[in-house]
Design a protein around this ligand. Structure first.
Ligand SMILES: Nc1ncnc2c1ncn2[C@@H]1O[C@H](COP(=O)(O)OP(=O)(O)OP(=O)(O)O)[C@@H](O)[C@H]1O
Ligand SMILES: [Mg+2]
Length: 361
């Protein structure tokens, strides 16, 4: 198995990786919390979700990954009874969402993509309103709110007006609020989009904290592949409404030909440089990213790197920078969709080549 090393080079703090031992091994026979079968959503002639099937096991953290417009929110809205399903089925803890929507709703907590807490209320008031809405008995309400505010580290902000909170704190409040009625299955639609890197890590830590205290299945959508890689047990990649890949992050990475990625920038490479890079030993794909930068996937990082530098020296093409890293979920995404979904924060710092005679202009 190839593990990403991008966190070591990342420009921002990353959530602590879950070790392989901590990650439950997917067991198809284990009870399912969510089952989706051939689900379709059409808006007129447009198919937003196109025949997707998967199941999420109890207590799994399941990630939905996909570019804008892929159909992630539409999938969540169907699974959570918010919009009708065109065809196919979704079951929540065994309840068909079309036939038993109320039973399904009682099992779930939902954090929609947009922030929805009331800015004019205090933190505690926002929690209380939800608890009342979900008929949490008065004596349980106080205890549950206290426990959740503690878990999301907002206890000392309980009397603060929500409008005074940062985006990350507001997200944490909404996560706590979504759990006030003790749901078993928690849907979060891009809970970290738009947050700064430190707040993103805090949100994931809170989720980890909550999961350690409560029996919870989590389905989460994100654009951030480093988060998905470290925190999800399995990941489904969705593109143009279709499921294009589904597996554990390590298995997804192993399914992409090539185990290393070389990012190299050259000064004025010749027109056929991409083809020449492709011809090096064990190279499986080459992407020209502009400004003389190439991303080369290879089955043997050290051998290809040596050949690449030798070729550049022989051709008199200066190497401006060079980095070698393990395959990441970015590469998985490119492999399955043919496009990039690059999280800027995940980009490794390329190490700048030392001034070697013959390599520099
Ligand atoms: N009510 C609607 N009517 C028509 N088209 C819709 C409607 N809701 C969503 N769509 C379309 O369905 C597709 C999927 O949208 P969806 O919001 O599910 O994507 P997403 O993966 O959540 O994207 P994002 O990352 O931007 O949140 C998009 O092309 C969107 O324009
Ligand atoms: Mg969405």
């Amino acid at each position: 198995m190839v593990e990403s090393n991008s966190s070591a080079n990342s420009a921002s703090p990353s959530p602590a990786p879950r070790t392989e031992l901590e990650k439950p091994i997917y067991d198809p026979a284990a009870p399912s919390a969510i089952e989706v079968e051939h689900i379709v959503k059409k808006y007129g002639d447009f198919t937003a979700v196109d025949n997707i099937s998967f199941d999420v096991k109890e207590e799994e953290i399941f990630g939905l990954l996909g570019p804008n417009g892929a159909g992630k929110s539409t999938l969540i809205r169907m699974m959570t009874t918010l919009i009708p399903i065109t065809s196919g089925k979704a079951r929540i803890a065994g309840h068909d969402v079309a036939k038993e929507p109320n039973a399904a709703r009682r099992m779930i907590g939902v954090i929609p993509q947009a922030l929805t807490s009331d800015l004019d209320l205090t933190v505690e008031e926002n929690m209380n309103i939800y608890a009342k809405l979900y008929d949490v008995p008065a004596k349980e309400r106080k205890k549950s709110i206290e426990e959740l505010l503690e878990l999301v580290d907002l206890t000392k902000w309980r009397d603060a007006a929500t409008k005074t909170l940062s985006g990350g704190m507001r997200r944490r409040l909404e996560i706590a609020r979504g759990l006030v009625h003790h749901p078993r299955i928690f849907f979060l639609d891009e809970p970290t989009t738009g947050l700064d890197p430190v707040s993103r890590v805090a949100v994931w830590e809170m989720l980890g904290n909550i999961k350690a205290h409560r029996k919870l299945t989590i389905l989460i959508t994100t654009h951030y592949m480093d988060e998905a890689d470290r925190l999800c047990d399995r990941i489904a990649i969705v593109d143009h409404g279709k499921l294009v890949a589904l597996d554990a992050p390590s298995a997804l990475k192993a399914s992409v030909p090539g185990s290393n990625v070389i990012e190299a920038q050259f000064d004025n490479p010749p027109a056929d440089w991409e083809q020449r890079l492709h011809a090096l030993s064990e190279v499986t794909s080459v992407q020209h990213e502009g400004a003389g930068m190439y991303r080369v996937l290879t089955g043997n990082g050290s051998r290809t790197t040596t050949e690449l530098v030798e070729m550049a020296v022989a051709a008199g093409v200066p190497v401006k920078s060079l980095s070698v890293q393990n395959t990441t979920l970015d590469d998985v995404f490119v492999h399955y969709t043919g496009r990039q979904l690059r999280d800027e924060l995940q980009k490794a710092y390329a190490f700048v080549m030392p001034q070697l005679p013959g390599l520099q202009p």
